[in-house]
Ligand binder design. Sequence first.
Ligand code: 5RP
Length: 222
Amino acid sequence: MTQDELKTEVGRAALQYVVAGEIVGVGTGSTVNKFIDALATIKDQIPGAVSSSVASTERLQALGIKVFDANEVERLAVYIDGADEIDHQGFMVKGGGAALTREKIVAALAERFICIADASKRVQTLGVFPLPVEVIPMAATQIARRFAAKGGQATLRFKDGQPLVTDNGQHILDVTGLAIADPAAFEAEVNQWPGVITVGVFAHQKAAVCLLGTEQGVETLE
Ligand code: 5RP
């Protein structure tokens, strides 16, 4: 199976976690796009979704799924999203699609985070995928120096020749050279550096369940 087919399989498998009659939290990325396409087939069973990005909102609405503002919702039963890396404890690196801040906000409303990913995303230790960090632009160089002191190399993400601007109007640093042995401590530390909006380690909002697309079928890791 191709990686695209594995993503389709886990996107469809995630439908079993959608609770009829409840708004569902929806993440961002190519795997989530497969989930959104599958969700459209049962859209009459749910009031709608809370979305983590402009891109997902547009896809949901194009398929006739109502999108609620996160402020209208007190809790979600589930939040379904992809990952760039996931370890055996459900800790993740996210933000490859630059949507990490809104992803954390929507995940924080949810009782359970259901991660959907192809098998290439499973790792022993987080940090091989360049770690995305959303930052206030005027703090970018200062934050890069802090990562350098930890052995990391931070690079400003560009798109079309310009620094990428997130849905929140901010920038992204991608940090290589890190081995994140204690994801919860790392997340807590980096989060309090001035100018950091969100670090792409999801330890406090870790996955409760991971649906992993493999050649043998969809594996459920809990
Ligand atoms: C976006 C994300 C995505 O969930 C992550 O990048 C995985 O994307 P894909 O499913 O396309 O591999 O965190 O900010």
